[in-house]
Design a protein around this ligand. Structure first.
Ligand code: APR
Length: 172
């Protein structure tokens, strides 16, 4: 069983450019697009993505839904809805962990071998970055420890602060 950390990568960059089986979108519960990485993914994928999302009927925080990638290099987009940070006593940590776990589970169900995540909830949703990075890596390590079906998980980070936080979390 290849050790989980050998299957995890942390890179700086724009997730819409990644040629992987699936990229994960930090969406909102309507799944009808928005700003940040959600806006970037919809712009790059084209209007067919929004058309498919409309038919999904939204998504609860912590859950994940899959669509095709259309004009993106990635075959699939896995849309997940992160928690809005409200001080940490509203189940935010559990919901964020569920975003990673449910996205990875959906990836396995769709024979996705390589998957890229943005820093879910670390932008508009205001999650403290160090805590979010810790949850992302712990949850992903735990999931990869139980399956060989995912060959590579890439965390694609946009800002230096987020990149540094994820690098720190990976060293722990
Ligand atoms: N590639 C990778 N990461 C990106 C990109 C990109 N092209 N664009 C932005 N990011 C980063 C942000 O810098 C941040 O670190 O993604 C992280 C998540 O930030 P948001 O996109 O704001 O997502 P989130 O905090 O989960 O808030 C979701 O914002 O865009 C709306 O519709 C979305 O309402 C939802 C909310």
């Amino acid at each position: 069983m290849k050790n989980p950390d050998s299957r995890i990568q942390i890179v700086h960059g724009d997730i819409t450019k990644l040629d992987v089986d699936a990229i994960v979108n930090a969406a909102n519960s309507t799944l009808l697009g928005g700003g940040g990485v959600d806006g970037a993914i919809h712009r790059a994928a084209g209007t067919e993505l929004l058309a498919e999302c409309r038919a999904l009927g939204g998504c609860e925080p912590g859950k994940a839904k899959i669509t095709r990638g259309y004009r993106l290099p990635a075959r699939f987009v896995i849309h997940t809805v992160g928690p809005i940070w409200r001080g940490g006593k509203r189940d935010e940590a559990r919901i964020l962990a569920n975003c990673y776990r449910n996205s990875l589970q959906l990836a396995v169900e769709n024979e996705v071998k390589t998957i890229a995540f943005p820093a879910i909830s670390c932008g508009a949703y205001g999650y403290p970055i160090e805590q979010a990075a810790q949850i992302a890596l712990e949850t992903t390590r735990e999931f990869l420890g139980a399956t060989q079906n995912i060959h590579r998980v890439i965390f694609v980070l946009w800002g230096d602060d987020v990149y540094d936080a994820y690098r720190e979390a990976l060293q722990k």
